[in-house]
Ligand binder design. Sequence first.
Ligand code: ADP
Ligand code: MG
Length: 463
Amino acid sequence: MNYSADKNSIWQAALAKIEYSLSRPSFLTWFQETGVKDIQNGIMTLFVPNIFVKEWLQNKYHKNILHVVREMDTDIKDINYVIGKPDADAASTIHKQLTKKRLRSESFSPDGEELITKDALTDPETSLNPRYTFDRFVVGSCNELAHAAAQSVVKNPGTTYNPLFIYGGVGLGKTHLIQAIGNTLIKEKPHYRVRYVPAEKFMGEIVEALRNQTMNDLRGKYRAVDLLIMDDIQFIARTEKMQEEFFHTFNTLYEKNKQIIISSDKPPQAIATLENRLRSRFEGGMIADVGIPDFETRLIILKAKKEQKSYPVSEDILSYIAQNIKTNIRELEGALNKIIVASQLSAAPFDIEQAKKILAAYLNAPKKIISAKKIIKTVCDFYDITERELMNNSRKKDIVRPRQITMYLLRSELKNSFPSIGEKLGGRDHTTVIHSCEKIGQELETNIELKEEIQILKERLFV
Ligand code: ADP
Ligand code: MG
C-alpha cells in the first residue's frame, strides 16, 4: 500500500487528537517539529528534533501515539522515531495544526498534566507557592521522619542531609513539605536563591532551550542556586539523556555544598530505570517517606483546613470524612471543600445527614475491586515497564523481578491457582510460578527493601 500521499494527513489528524489529551505547554514542547518521514511495511517513522524528545516520546507517549495513529490507519503496526527535520510538506502539517490550535482558548485538559500549570500565587523567581509552609503542615507518625529531616535541612542547608530524598504516594504531602523548606529559607535568608521545579517541567525547559539554543542560560539558571528542589523525579528516570543532564546539575551543586531536595513516588531502589550513579548519589543522602495518615492525623488535618477556611463544620462531619477517606490528603481536603461550598449555598451550616448525602457521590464512586488486571497494571506502573515486557520471555533482571512480584501478589492477594497465574502471565508453566512465589516469599523475610516495595504496591492496589 502506498501511504505517502496521506502520511501527513494521518499525522495531522493524530496531532489533533493528541493535543486534546495534553496541556498546551506539553503538547508544544514534545510535538513541535515532529513529522512523518515515511510509512513502510506497517511502520511509521517520525522525525523528532533531538534525543530528549525521542526518548520521551518513546518512553511516555508511545502507546498513545500508536493508538491514535491506528485509529486512522489500522495497517500501521508500530512507530519508529528518528532524529531529523521533516520535509517542507510535513513541516507545514504540524504548523497548520499549531496555528489552528493557537486560536482556541488556552485552557488545559483535565488529564493530570496540571503539574505544569501555575498557581496564581506562585513566585516567578523561585516557583514556590507561599501556601506551602511548615505551620500548615500537620505532623503525625506517617510523616514525622520526613518532617524532622526537612527541619534539619532548614537549619543546616547543604551539609547535614544532602540530598534529601522524600518519597510516597499521591496526595500525601511531598510537594507541600519540600516547598515548605524553600519557603522558610527564603524568609530567613533574604539572599538565599531557591528554585523549585517539577521534573516534567525541567525536561520541557531543556527541550525548549535546545530549540532556542539557550542551553547555557538554562544550565546557568539551575547551577547558580543555593537550593534546588526537584519534584517527582520518577519522570526523569524514564529518559537517559535527561538523567545525564540532571546528573551534571546535581554534581555542580553538590560539589559547592548547595542543598538538593528531591521527591519521588517511590524509593530510589525501586526506580528500575534510574542510573546507578544517580541512585548511589541519592542513597548517600537522607531518604524518608511520607505514608498514609492514621485516623487521628486525618482528623487533625481536617480541623486545620477548616480553621484556614474559617467556616463552621461540625466535629461529627469532620470525623465522618476522616473515617471514610483514608489514603489521600488531597481528597480529604476535597471532601471538606465540597461540604463547605454546598452548605454556603444553602445558607446554613450542614448537619451530618446532609453532609452524608453530599458525600455519597464522592464515596460511592465505584469501589475499586482488585483484580488480576489491576495487580498487573500496578506492578508495571510502579516498575515502569510495559505489560508486554511482563508477559514476554525477557530474562532481564529489571523485568524478571517485577514478574515474580506479580506472581507473588496474584497468589497472596487473589489466591489464584498456580496454573492460572502462569496462564495470566503469558502462558508460563505452573512450576515457574511456584518457584517465583516461594522465592519472593522467602526473600521477604530478610530483604527490607523488597518488603517496603511490596508494602507500597499493596497500598496502591487498595487505593
Ligand atoms: P503530593 O505532592 O505528595 O502528591 P501534596 O503535597 O500536593 O501531595 O499534598 C496534597 C494536598 O494535601 C495539598 O493541598 C497539601 O497542602 C495537603 N497536605 C498534604 N499533607 C499534609 C499535611 N501533613 N498537613 C496538611 N496538609 C497536607
Ligand atoms: Mg506533588
